[in-house]
Design a binder for this molecule. Sequence first.
Ligand code: 13P
Length: 341
Amino acid sequence: MEPLKSLNHIAKALVVSDKGLLAIDESIPTMGKRFAPHGVENHLDNRQDYRENILSTPGLSEFISGTILFDETIRQKAHNGIPMAEFLGEKGIIPGIKVDRGLKDFPGFPGEKYTQGLDELATRLDEYRELGARFTKWRAVITIGEGIPTSTTIETSARSLAMFAAMSQAAGLVPVVEPEVLMTGNHTLERYELVSAITLKTVFGLLADHRVELEGMLLKTGMVLSGDSCNVQADTHSIAAATLRCLLRTVPASVPGILFLSGGQSEAEATRNLNAICRLGGAPWALSISFGRALQATALATWKGKPENAGAAQSALLNRARLNSLAMQGKYSEEMDTLIE
Ligand code: 13P
């Protein structure tokens, strides 16, 4: 297949109707933060046991098209000796990989971050493709606060995303371009919408400059929300309307799909907001998810590091994946969550 056709084919398979991505690509320190409240020690065996159990959930591919792995996981073999990417492929789940190397304080710009990992990226991409990855993810973070974000940080983040995307496509891997505007802070929904719009406009400008083929990529972004400490919390309808308006104004229709991250929302909140956005209709791209916390929170709290809870953790994950699949069709209602709890 011609390279762009093949990228487009994978991108479309990832956003095939009513399925989403599971982001299970937490770095080692982030995994420590996720495990700590449940008294689970952050060591290699626990990370492998937890992730392999989640990824082995029977029936997962009914709702999950692909999964974003961390470097450690894609190098592992499942307990039956099959390399992880192949193990997923056999289950009908497309393996992907987080390729950025995390955030650093941006010198000269207090309160802001840049993403590291462009050095030797081309070599790493070739290796990941050999290991079985079919798509990649790079996360940039934009923080809202007094006097921030600065245009320098937005441009630097967008430039790195564009470099990453061009390099991924050159390596035959579909880039998932993730500029996350954080929900942390006391900003209003309106400010969040404005910052998201400026960020996305800058990102798509630089993607064009770097000759990234939009048909062969996916956008991963946050919903437009009120800051988590804002006094006035926007209602679901306002969140949905602001999110879709912002995306319609900034994301070209040739992008095959937009994946929402959950960004710190609870599982029910993220599903409710997704449902409201999808119900609005009129989006030229497929709308889907790439949730980390909002798919895994109950599963992890159920597992607690105990082998006897493995099956119950899988059921919790499958339930969450099913509810989000219903939300993509605009068919979720909050009673579905209450009924289960
Ligand atoms: P959350 O859904 O927990 O925000 O994680 C998604 C993700 O992969 C962030 O890069």
